[in-house]
Design a protein around this ligand. Structure first.
Ligand code: ATP
Ligand code: MG
Length: 290
């Protein structure tokens, strides 16, 4: 028996996650003959039904956070996973460099405004995790953040992990089901995809020279990811490190984890009581009598 996807890619909660032990390539259980594009369609159908019950049940919301290096496939994964879900029941927010208004608030403010309501699935394409990733790789950004005290480089990242842990714990206690996906693309595959963008006319618009600049900091990013995932993978807000070099397998894995998590919530359509049942049958009679 192969280990289930949701435990295979789970970042352990004990702080022992190491990039040395994981791969951007699919695991040995990956079957090259399996059509993962086809397989995902079944999962997407399930997600559609589960989301309907999530909405009717109205007790939980779901927050999916996506973080990755450029060209890992965040956009296409989000598109694929949510393709069957009723648009009224889900929302996607992308977080780029903060605006001056956003910088006038604490670093969790802008994402807090975009959290999903009960019954809905909310997706963050990048998130407050940028504050311990890109900002850590480029600590100069801190100078523009209008922070009150002189930043202590020894403590700042630890303090931010704590703020994130506190927020996520609070959200989870109040019904938000949080899943976090790091789409782990290899440096080699990123290079191939960048070259593909440059060489393909319809993809050239996606190319940005800043992507090449960030690539120069690859090792620093990897260290920042390893530390952030170790500090913040918790039972109430787990991280999954998803191999991203094979896109269909990556999308399938993410969809499957979302499906399994929704299933585990034991969602139910609200029960109708006797008085409501009576009122329904009266309404039925009235309609038939028209
Ligand atoms: P795509 O390239 O597919 O359009 P993207 O998410 O890479 O998607 P970009 O506009 O290319 O979008 O990049 C957004 C940039 O904003 C990233 O480099 C990211 O690190 C940066 N960013 C996001 N949040 C913050 C933040 N809080 N502080 C500083 N930079 C941030
Ligand atoms: Mg980009």
């Amino acid at each position: 028996m192969f280990e289930a996807i949701e435990s295979k890619f789970l970042v352990p909660y004990d702080g022992n996650f190491s990039l040395d032990n994981i791969s951007a390539r699919p695991p040995s259980s990956f079957d090259p003959k399996t059509d993962y594009r086809k397989k995902i369609n079944k999962v997407i159908e399930e997600l559609q039904d589960l989301q309907k019950i999530l909405y009717a049940y109205d007790r939980h919301s779901m927050l999916l956070i996506f973080q990755a290096m450029d060209a890992a496939g965040k956009d296409s994964t989000i598109r694929a996973v949510m393709s069957g879900v009723n648009p009224a029941g889900c929302q996607v927010f992308s977080f780029k460099k903060p605006s001056s208004i956003e910088l006038d608030h604490d670093f969790l403010w802008r994402t807090n405004k975009s959290l999903p309501e009960r019954g809905r699935i909310g997706i963050f394409n990048r998130s407050y995790y940028e504050e311990v990733l890109v900002v850590r790789v480029h600590p100069k950004i801190l100078e523009y953040q209008n922070l009150p005290d002189k930043v202590n480089p020894e403590c700042i990242w630890q303090e931010r992990y704590e703020s994130i842990q506190d927020l996520e714990k609070h959200l989870a206690r109040n019904g938000t089901v949080i899943l976090k996906f790091w789409l782990n693309v290899s440096k080699e595959e990123q290079k191939n995809r960048f070259i593909g963008r440059i060489d393909t006319q319809e993809k050239q618009w996606k190319w940005s020279s800043s992507d090449l600049k960030e690539r120069e900091h690859w090792d620093d990013y990897m260290q920042a990811y390893e530390d952030a995932l170790n500090a913040t993978s918790k039972p109430w807000a787990p991280w999954y490190a998803i191999p991203a070099d094979d896109k269909p397998y990556m999308r399938y894995s993410v969809a499957k984890i979302v499906e399994k998590t929704l299933e585990s919530l034991d969602l139910k359509y609200p029960k109708i009581d006797d008085a409501e049942r009576k009122s329904l049958s009266q309404a039925r009679k009235q309609l038939l009598a028209e």
